[in-house]
Design a protein around this ligand. Structure first.
Ligand code: CP
Length: 643
């Protein structure tokens, strides 16, 4: 059945937004005609709300419809562990439209995929809040008579403010200019800037606060503008001459609106909220050049917007909140009408990448639904070709975050290699034939049996005796550094790290004449990420990491990302006394600042070489050894016929 959702502001064209505004102008008539008579709206709010939920509910009542509501999902079966996917399936059989707010980015989209009815995003994590943007644009248009050519200064927490993200895309589309005034460390996220540039041809130039200091404190300004006609905005490195010219542009701007936002403390880790934050009081209203600058705020406000401004005609935020009802009446009418006319083909379905293998790329946003509740959302990505240096970029379909493709694999031949621009045609063929795998790390590729494309002879660089000696030496050093052997916990990174962890623990146990606890970290899975290595010890209960002296073990350290992921998992789960890192091989080429404490052997290798640790436990009939060989791209392999 055809149905329209509003998950992102991108789900509506500019014409459709204008159509909704016309309907909002006629809200009284929509109410009189009872255009939602006989329909039911369900509001599911996993986060608190005053305006969004109540204005949606008021809108539905005014349209003659009915409302069922879960204003606090803690009182729903979510508290018993029900997934968003199941909740959506169930509630969509009770209602004709779902209005959902959730703390995870992309959760509302996941619900839309499982619901049989239209779903409206009432705010998902830090991602988007499109119906708020409709209210914001409608308010601006009511006040200023137009959107094109306006200059809107967006202030405050631009990183976590979902209202801001939807708003800047919309302003860009309607031809408005945006000046950003972010609190320190709360600038617009990179993925938002990239989307502005890629989809709306907006780019940015940093400019000094200069004259803006009159209204805000301790912040920097960015000026976002369409590439045409302001070519100056292409320059992001400021020299003194350019600085002066940009200052002139900015100080010459007529600011049509200040859009203030509160600090989204609920999305910040404890202790990172900081103190510095821009504020707006009545002071700035005195400046002549702001005489027609309106002050907006999606509300609630905390202390960034003084109540003094309430009395001023330019403080229009309560009007903005009041427009929530006619605008949402219009939105509901629009969606119902669209569904009723079964208008198809409004939005072309994207051809996204979904890993054909059990392991595939993972979204880099830890708050993305694909990470927090993979049972509700399989990882899906858009391809964005042409990143810096010809990089292949994946855009998460749920939260918009981007990742750079590092390793690609061929499903049929079970081979992998590093991505290179020379491979772009080959990759396209593989993708079209559903033969493309993408991996975050060599470890992930090899975990499911992929081999590298390789050429030339393979050299042994460690034999069985060398590996045995290295393990013994690492164990000796661990004991030398250990403060309290009772607190020692050896944690292997699955799977070869786990085999080595067992060997190291056996050496430690022999030297100490006591049992050493061993665990395993699964960096690709979800849920049971840290576990005891031997399931035969269920009576021992879950592993306790708090205050432990952890030795993290892996076979090879290369970029360091695997270790970083493992550290993230450890520190998410508990606060150990210390974590030390033991690796059999350190081959350099680090991308993150991780340095192992214990190394069996340093092997400076080129990026085209592959070092492989072969252990009896994994290879069964092979002896322990470490080998090195060159890897090539599939294109080279086709030309040279190497295997
Ligand atoms: N603007 C807004 O989303 O307000 P609520 O959080 O009160 O819904």
């Amino acid at each position: 059945m055809f149905r329209r959702n509003l998950l992102s502001i991108a789900d509506l064209t500019n014409d459709e937004i204008e159509e909704i505004f016309e309907l909002a102008d006629a809200a009284e008539k929509l109410g009189a005609d009872k255009v939602a008579g006989g329909r039911i709206m369900a509001t599911l709010f996993y986060e608190p709300s005053t305006r969004t939920r109540l204005s949606f509910e008021s809108a539905m009542h005014r349209l003659g419809g009915s409302v069922i509501s879960c204003s606090d999902m803690k009182s729903s079966s979510t508290a018993k562990g029900e997934t968003v996917a199941d909740t959506a399936k169930v509630v969509s059989s009770y209602a004709d439209v779902l209005v959902v707010r959730h703390y995870w980015d992309g959760a509302v989209q996941a619900m839309a995929e499982h619901a049989g009815v239209s779903v409206i995003n009432a705010g998902d994590g830090s991602h988007e809040h499109p119906s708020q943007t409709l209210c914001d644009l409608y308010t601006l248009k009511q006040e200023k008579g137009r959107l094109k050519g306006l200059t809107v200064v967006i202030c405050g927490d631009l990183k976590n403010g979902r209202t801001i993200h939807s708003l800047v895309y919309a302003l860009a589309r309607f031809g408005a200019s945006v000046v950003t005034l972010a609190a320190n460390g709360m600038e617009l996220p990179q993925y938002v800037l990239e989307r502005l540039e890629r989809e709306y041809d907006y780019t940015l130039a940093p400019v000094a606060t200069g004259d803006l200091k009159a209204v805000v404190t301790e912040t920097d300004a960015l000026y976002l503008t369409p590439k045409q006609p302001h070519q100056l905005a292409l320059f992001t490195q400021l020299d003194p001459g350019l600085q002066t010219r940009l200052d002139t542009i900015v100080s010459g701007l007529r600011y049509d609106a200040f859009y203030m936002t509160r600090k989204q403390k609920e999305r910040m880790k404890e202790g990172t909220a900081g103190n510095s934050y821009p504020t707006i009081g009545s002071e700035f209203l005195r400046e002549q050049r702001f005489k027609n600058t309106v002050v907006m705020h999606p509300l609630p406000r905390v202390d960034e917007l003084s109540p003094e401004v309430d009395k001023d005609r330019r403080g229009i935020y309560f009007k903005q909140a009041a427009y929530g009802v006619p605008v949402r009446m219009a939105l509901l009418k629009f969606l119902f009408a669209q569904n009723d006319t079964k208008r198809a083909g409004v939005k072309k379905l994207p051809t996204w990448f979904e890993s054909p293998e059990t392991l595939g790329p993972q979204c880099a946003n830890p708050n993305c639904i694909t990470v927090t509740e993979p049972a509700s959302a399989r990882r899906k990505f858009d391809f964005l070709a042409g990143g810096p240096g010809g990089a292949l970029i994946l855009r998460c379909l749920y939260c918009d975050h981007r990742i750079k493709v590092q390793l690609v694999g061929h499903v049929k031949s079970k081979r992998y290699c590093a991505y290179d621009i020379a491979l772009s045609d080959t990759i396209k063929d593989w993708f079209e034939n559903k033969e493309l795998a993408i991996f975050d790390s060599i470890k992930a590729a090899e975990e499911i049996g992929y081999e590298p494309y390789k050429s030339g002879p393979q050299r042994n660089i460690m034999d069985e005796t060398a590996i045995e000696n290295a393990v013994r030496d690492i164990a000796r050093q661990i004991l030398r550094d250990c403060d309290d052997p009772d607190r020692l916990l050896v944690l292997g990174i699955r799977s070869k790290g786990s085999y080595l962890a067992q060997r190291i623990a056996a050496e430690l146990a022999a030297a100490q004449k006591r049992k050493i606890e061993i665990g395993e970290i699964e960096i690709y899975g979800s849920g049971d990420e840290i576990r005891r290595l031997f399931r035969a010890e269920p009576e021992a209960g879950p592993l306790n990491l708090k205050d432990r002296e952890i030795v993290l073990v892996d076979d090879v350290i290369y970029t360091g990302r695997t270790v970083k992921n493992a550290l993230d998992i450890i520190f998410r789960s508990a606060r150990p006394k210390s974590v030390r890192l033991a690796v059999l091989i350190d081959r350099g080429h680090r991308e993150v600042p991780v340095k192992p404490n214990y190394v069996g052997k340093h092997i400076p290798s080129s990026e085209r070489e592959r070092v492989r640790v072969k252990l009896r436990e994994a290879e069964h009939d092979e002896k322990d050894k470490v080998v090195i060989y060159s890897i090539i791209s599939p294109v080279e392999q086709q030309v040279g016929g190497l295997g």
